[in-house]
Ligand binder design. Structure first.
Ligand code: FAS
Ligand code: PHB
Length: 394
């Protein structure tokens, strides 16, 4: 068994694990990331696209914001299309100038990998059977295997940044862990295409045939989604069928402007709301998708990972810098307070914009009344804007 030691053992090299490692490194705190996949595999996953100001600021402070600021797009609002019209939600006006940054999660992950490599960060790829041990004691450790060799990583703390299907949440004692889940009766079929976006800003569309979203990664790379049945299969969606369905669900002017092209990525993501409580047990801390999942309607998944890392990194830094554990002791409560508000927003946006198969005539009337009320109320629009740009890290 090959052994090594670090201060913080991190499971997972997604945005959560990479950002935590980078922030800790800048404070002189050593970490090792154990990732079960290759770097190419991690970079091959197409996911989030909308960054709250809090995440964008964290990336800048972590020294990985330059390409985002050069290539990303700052958006001051987005549209909601329904009943043949379009409602513009102004973000900056009601929030004192707050905006969102459009910059793909893939690029964030690429920037973080590059920074970690530049600064000598230690990431073990293709680490198999990563297992936390002695999380209740003061000398936790991780075991894993790689290329048939067994390894042990001794550490002071373990950060479970291994996503929804990871090992860390499962390592919390069953009598301690409480989970809350809602699985939605539909999924999102997503397409990435090297085509100019259909509009300057995002369009969220509510339509009798189902939800649709027009997003982007740049002026030459577009990201589109349509709501699809939970048991649907990408094989049922040749490009032409996807483009025709998307056009059907968009307002006529957007449909007429839509530039179609071959999909370079096509996948179906299930939608669920999920929260774990607590986010800490002993020396094990959960962060990001390992701790919670939101339906992507509110563009909160990646952004919640950022606020978790903000709270967790400050707790770890205070521990090592001032021998002060208050941040670690309050991490779970602080992170969860923000998580639940984002769960609420993501759930409400999903309820507002999707067709729920079980809904009856009254439910459909309620959904339309919600949209009509939103369209007629600057206060309701301000509330939506406040949540979309991201609630404070407090
Ligand atoms: P991640 O899942 O990104 O990373 C976890 C890492 O841990 C992975 O690299 C994994 O390989 C590794 N890992 C897992 N188990 C391990 C083990 N046992 N040992 C070692 N390593 C292990 N959010 C949005 O805001 N907008 C979106 O449009 C959006 N679309 C999404 C689409 C899909 C299909 C999915 C799954 C998520 C989407 N999300 C979206 C949410 C997504 O962006 C997450 O919030 C974000 O990836 C969270 O980052 P991490 O917490 O780092 O988890
Ligand atoms: C995306 O660009 O992938 C995206 C944007 C906004 C969302 C969800 C996904 O709400």
């Amino acid at each position: 068994m090959k052994s090594e030691r670090t201060q913080v053992g991190i499971i997972g090299a997604g945005p959560s694990g990479l950002l935590l490692s980078q922030v800790l490194h800048l404070e002189g705190i050593d970490s090792v990331i154990l990732e079960r996949r290759t770097q190419d595999y991690v970079l091959g996953r197409i996911r989030a696209g909308v960054l709250e100001q809090g995440l964008a600021d964290m990336l800048r402070q972590a020294g990985v914001g330059a390409r985002m600021d050069a290539e990303g797009e700052v958006h001051h609002g987005f549209d909601i299309a329904f009943g043949g019209g379009r409602l513009h939600i102004d973000l900056a006006g009601p929030t004192g100038g707050k905006t969102v940054m459009i910059y793909g999660q893939t690029e964030i992950t690429r920037d973080l990998f590059a920074a970690r490599e530049r600064m000598g960060g230690r990431i073990v790829h293709e680490a198999e059977d990563v297992t936390p041990h002695d999380i209740d004691g003061d000398a936790p450790y991780l075991t894993f295997s790689r290329n048939g060799e067994n390894h042990r990583l001794d550490c002071d703390f373990i950060a479970g940044c291994d996503g929804f299907h990871g090992v860390s949440r499962r390592s919390m004692p069953a009598d301690v862990l409480k989970t809350y889940e809602k699985v939605y009766p539909f999924g999102w079929l997503g397409v990435l295409s090297e085509t100019p976006p259909v509009s300057e800003e995002l369009i969220y569309a509510s339509h009798d045939r189902g939800f649709a979203l027009c997003s982007l990664r740049s002026r030459v790379l577009s990201r589109y989604y349509v709501q699809c049945p939970l048991d649907d299969d990408v094989a049922n969606w040749p490009d032409e069928k996807f483009w025709n369905e998307l056009k059907t669900r968009l307002p006529a002017d957007a449909a007429a402007r839509l530039v179609t092209g071959p999909s370079i990525e096509k996948s179906i993501a299930p939608l669920r709301s999920f929260v774990t409580e607590p986010l800490r047990h002993g020396r094990l801390f959960l962060a990001g998708d390992a701790a919670h999942i939101v339906p992507p309607t509110g563009a909160k998944g990646l952004n919640l990972a950022a606020s978790d890392i903000f709270f967790l990194s400050r707790g770890l830094i205070a521990h090592y810098r001032q021998d002060d554990d208050r941040g670690l002791e309050t991490y779970s409560a602080k992170a969860l307070a923000r998580v639940w508000k984002a769960e609420r927003f993501s759930w409400s946006m999903t309820k507002l914009l999707h067709v729920f198969p079980e809904d009856g005539a009254f439910d459909l009337k309620m959904q339309r009344a919600e949209l009509d009320y939103l369209a007629g109320s600057s206060v309701a629009q301000a509330a939506m804007a406040e949540n979309y740009v991201g609630l404070p890290y407090e």
